[in-house]
Design a protein around this ligand. Structure first.
Ligand code: C2E
Ligand code: CA
Ligand code: CA
Ligand code: CA
Length: 278
């Protein structure tokens, strides 16, 4: 029995060590990535299908490690959210985005750049100030910035969050509820935080044309959004059928591979020109 216990103990220690080194190394890889400015913004178009104009874009993080393929945010965002490294990463993305956006004439065309943040970031007023300062370095104005805050994570301080959202709105900055319908607070968050825009998750959009039970949820979200006079953006639109279904129900702001994938700045700038020309 003693031997058995000792064996288990050893296995436990070994596993724990491995766990620690893995964690430590991911942490230091991210630190290295930050120092080398390996985190870069990609941009995905958001289109208004009622008149085929460009509403704006969503900024999505990519990790470009030398000698590796582009690393998807799914692989590091969950970790950096926990480690707190999401703060300097967002700052790095925004400082590059400010320089890049300055090269578009969005001050004339009034499009919006929508930035992903986690509830933690919304609850830190200093972070928001820093984010705004960075975007003010470009030529776009506050009403051309929006934040997407996911409801997949819990808000720890709703009063503080609602306060920050109000201050942002006073400056013209919209806060959108991201992944609406998939997470914690749902409709109670919308009310308590006084949120006026929804991003409809692709989980619901992909049910269009199927007999999935979630299709009725999509219809309810749209009905709710309309009733409450909210702005709605559907994400994950991949087909003409999905786009038409949504447009017929009044959801004209759409984003997805059907219109364009997330792309680096050079390609996005080209995309913007081509949509204006068409
Ligand atoms: P999200 O905010 O829900 O972003 C939409 C995701 O759907 C993006 O994945 C986008 O590339 C993908 N997508 C867009 N259109 C389509 C489509 O038509 N079909 C399919 N299959 N997918 C589509 P991505 O870029 O891999 O980002 C994954 C998630 O990582 C994001 O989901 C967001 O939650 C998080 N994320 C990305 N960048 C940041 C960031 O800078 N900060 C934070 N906090 N989270 C981020
Ligand atoms: Ca988003
Ligand atoms: Ca400028
Ligand atoms: Ca989503």
């Amino acid at each position: 029995l003693l031997l058995l216990g000792a064996t288990f103990g050893m296995i436990f220690v070994a596993t724990y060590r491995l766990f620690l080194t893995r964690r430590l190394s991911l942490h230091s890889l991210v630190e290295q990535g930050l120092a080398r400015k390996e985190f870069i913004p990609y941009y995905q178009p958001i289109v208004n299908v009622s008149n085929n104009s460009l509403y704006g874009c969503e900024m999505l993080a990519r990790w470009q490690r030398p000698g590796c393929d582009m690393i998807s945010p799914m692989e590091f965002i969950p970790y950096v959210e926990k480690s707190g490294q999401i703060f300097p990463i967002t700052e790095q993305l925004l400082s590059r985005a400010a320089r890049e956006m300055d090269k578009l004439n969005w001050q004339e065309t009034r499009q919006v750049i929508s930035i992903n943040i986690v509830p933690d970031q919304l609850e830190h007023p200093d972070v928001m100030k820093r984010a705004l300062a960075l975007l003010e370095e470009s030529n776009i104005s506050p009403d051309q910035i929006a934040f997407e805050v996911t409801e997949r994570k819990r808000f720890t301080d709703l009063a503080m969050a609602s306060n920050v959202i109000e201050q942002l709105r006073d400056q013209g900055i919209d806060v959108k509820l991201d992944d609406a319908g998939t997470g914690y607070g749902g409709f109670s968050y919308i009310q308590q935080l006084n949120i006026r825009s929804l991003k409809i998750d692709k989980m619901f959009v992909e049910t269009i044309g199927t007999s999935d039970i979630k299709l009725s949820l999509l219809d309810s979200i749209i009905a709710f959004g309309k009733e409450a006079g909210m702005e709605m953006i559907a994400e994950g639109v991949e087909t003409c059928e999905q786009s038409t279904y949504l447009a017929n129900r009044g959801v004209v702001l759409q984003q997805g591979f059907y219109f364009g994938k997330p792309m680096e700045f050079r390609d996005f700038a080209y995309y913007c020109k081509s949509i204006v020309a068409s």
